[in-house]
Design a protein around this ligand. Sequence first.
Ligand code: UTP
Length: 227
Amino acid sequence: MAQTVVLSLGGSLVNPGKPDRKYVRRLVELLKATDYKFGIVVGGGKLARTLAEAVRKKGAGEFEADEAAIWATKKNAKFVISALGRSQTHASPCESFAQARQYAKKYRFVVMGGTIPGITTDSDAALLAECLHAKRLVNLSNVDGIYSSNPYLEPNAKKFKRISYQKLINLAGRYDLRKAGTHFIFDFLACKLIARSKIETHFVHGKNFSDVRNAIEGKPHGGTVVK
Ligand code: UTP
């Protein structure tokens, strides 16, 4: 039976302002050409931030802001579903992990956005990897790996080829204390979840397609492996 790989697919790749049809088509082609089954969790990107901000401006609290952002993740997830095609996957994003588990029995591709307020799609992806007993998790974003410090702010930041779960948790914790607007590549809860289940996790730039393929297959790549 085919093994499952879970992807945490950054919203900024799928929808950097408007849906990037060309990128998603190319990614889907790559995924279909492998021998794996996939759980794909799609992020909200700019749309999530815009909607959350609009809701806050109307006086709503953080719970409602998160609900609006989750709506954006689901919209992006629907876009990925339509690129995959009706024969490959279910009609709309999974509403729960229980539903994802059911769909995984029937479909090669299981797609979801966010689930509950208070977390991010990184944690959803870590939970989906646990739920589907995935072989590995691959994080696709605009950053090509885990760095010793924020590569956008510090030119001497060093990219790790391989780090431990504990080191990742330490880095995520350190970033959590930084000023608003500089968030770590993978959220703290997600780091704790992959550590508790020892889920091998790969971090690659989502537009480096050869790295994406190698990460999915567990082969060496230019990003970072956490195990
Ligand atoms: P993302 O996972 O896209 O957040 O979810 P992000 O960290 O901003 O990721 P990028 O920009 O795609 O890399 C967007 C927002 O949706 C809400 C949170 O507010 C989150 O910041 N969300 C998402 C939830 O509340 N629950 C979820 O399960 C998922």
